[in-house]
Design a protein around this ligand. Structure first.
Ligand code: NAD
Length: 484
């Protein structure tokens, strides 16, 4: 494993050079073994400010660079990711415990995000408007925002980072990134790989490590033009409140509580594995994971039996081997899942599979949770309201479509929803009535670079990917040209 040489020496990349941070060191723990695999320094508020100042200086030039030049850099980032896919995937698996195959899939997705976004290099366009005055024209220009602070979560470290730096850079901004303190190694490695392979103007891309305080220092600095956060809903609220001091723009990609509705006419041969994947991909630690399943009463028993049989056979174990489930990313994540199961049981839910740590000596160390299926769940229960972020599936019975939609919408979150039906009319009604930023019809988890990943309600503010995601890193400037 290549983890240790990275991280322990230098965690900060500021103005084109690496250094140790002056703040307290943070251990990085392999969740499969509980071993400390690296120690990463954290940045002091002064170092954060230095990084932002370096970004501000670099942005002046970069904002004037032709689109093709910006696109070439982002395209090169995609190439760097592909060239180093093995190392990045292994690091991700070491720091968050996701099965290696999933790490590889996410690294490939990160490269695709860079490729797609690079294609916007010549497409960020302005408008020309007629004026009410004679001999006058109005130019509406899309200009960069300036310095972007990119604060990321641990659940897909590389892809979440690229999802932010690619559009920020292509739109002419400079960036300071702060990866999650739980999983900084792959982000540090990626920035190092980019810096080594690409002709990067000093200060254009900076990295600071640390926890919430480091993130907060980025959010509250007047040098920051836009904060783009991927994280928990409560963090989003804190970031938005802190950003208000300077009216700094925010783009918040937060949690979810996705419903999956399996209707009476659904093809269970495809719906069962699709829901199982949507719940268990990355151990259920995805913002778009299916967190609540609603099944029509006529197929409820059959669905539960088939789902439980499938999920019960998922291979759980060492994420470096061929398994579907590794450990959860940390002790807190494990405790959250176990706590949610216990609370659901206390509220009257019945466990039909799993319910705690998997059996066996191999699971004594590490942050393991067995695939767990719960029935007899009611809408008001905690497990039907709050994000669990683990391999725990509560399955509820519904009788009418109206009730299914009503229950699905009964959440403060609004990121994604899943629907399984053979009836086009039901799918069209869902498209109209389900209040979520993303709806997956008859398919499993996984958005695409050209789509738009955005949460309604408390799942976020803004959105990433696609045209709208790129344009979020720009602002408009109107210029009145009077040539009388
Ligand atoms: P988190 O909110 O604990 O941390 C996210 C990042 O914010 C970390 O880098 C952390 O250091 C930083 N942070 C924490 N408090 C801060 C503060 N007060 N000010 C500034 N920065 C602060 O989230 P997490 O546990 O790392 O990630 C899991 C969450 O992320 C889940 O809720 C998940 O649904 C969500 N998520 C959302 C998306 C999306 O695109 N919508 C994608 C992945 C994960």
């Amino acid at each position: 494993m290549t983890a240790t040489h990275i991280g322990s020496e230098a965690g900060l990349y500021i103005a084109g050079s690496w250094r140790r941070g002056g703040g307290p060191a943070i251990p990085v723990i392999n969740p499969a073994t509980e071993d400390v695999i690296a120690t990463v320094p954290s940045a002091t508020p002064e170092e954060v400010e230095e990084a932002l100042a370096a970004a501000q200086r670099a942005q002046r030039e970069w904002g004037r660079a032709p689109g093709g030049v910006r696109g070439a850099l982002v395209r090169a980032i995609g190439d760097v990711i592909r060239a180093n896919a093995t190392e990045l995937a292994e690091l991700q698996t070491a720091e968050v415990g996701k099965p290696l195959a999933i790490s590889h899939a996410e690294i490939a997705m990160a490269a695709q995000l860079a490729d797609y976004t690079a294609g916007w290099d010549r497409r960020i366009e302005g408008e020309i408007l007629p004026s009410d005055n004679a001999d006058e024209v109005i130019h509406l220009n899309r200009v960069p925002i300036g310095v972007v602070a990119a604060v990321t979560a641990w659940n897909a470290p590389v892809a979440l980072l690229v999802r932010k730096i690619a559009p920020a850079l292509v739109a002419g901004n400079a960036v300071v990134v702060k990866p999650s303190e739980l999983a900084p190694l792959s982000s540090i490695a990626l920035v190092r790989m980019i810096a080594e392979a690409v002709d990067l103007p000093p200060g254009l891309l900076n990295l600071v490590t640390g926890g919430p305080e480091t993130g907060l220092a980025l959010v509250t600095s007047p040098r920051t033009g836009l904060v783009t956060l991927t994280g928990h809903r409560d963090t989003g609220k804190k970031v938005m409140a802190a950003a208000a001091a300077n009216l700094t723009r925010v783009s918040l990609e937060l949690g979810g509580k996705a419903p999956a509705i399996v209707w009476a006419d659904a093809d269970l041969d495809s719906a069962v594995p699709a829901v199982a994947m949507a719940r268990h991909f990355n151990g259920g630690q995805v913002c778009t994971s299916a967190e609540r399943v609603f099944v029509h009463e006529s197929v409820f028993e059959e669905f539960v039996a088939r789902y439980t049989a499938l999920v019960g056979h998922l291979r759980v174990g060492d994420p470096l081997t061929e398994v579907e489930l590794g450990p959860l990313a940390g002790a807190a994540q494990r405790d959250k899942s176990i706590g949610a199961i216990e609370r659901a049981k206390a509220e009257g839910a019945r466990v039909v599979l799993g319910g705690g740590r998997p059996d066996g000596d191999a699971f004594e160390r590490g942050f393991w949770v067995a695939p767990t299926v719960l029935v007899d769940v009611e809408p008001g229960m905690h497990i039907m309201r709050e994000e669990v972020f683990g391999p725990v599936t509560p399955i509820a019975k519904v009788d009418t479509l109206e009730r299914a939609f009503e229950l699905a919408n009964e959440t403060r979150y609004g990121l994604s929803a899943y629907l399984y039906t053979a009836d086009h009319r039901i799918a069209m009604r869902a498209e109209r009535d389900l209040d979520f930023g993303e709806l997956y019809v008859n398919r499993s988890i996984g958005e695409q670079a050209q789509g738009h990943h955005s949460g309604h309600r408390e799942s976020g503010l803004g959105g990433e990917d696609g045209k709208h995601g790129v344009l979020r890193y720009t602002q408009l400037r109107s210029v009145y040209h009077n040539y009388a």
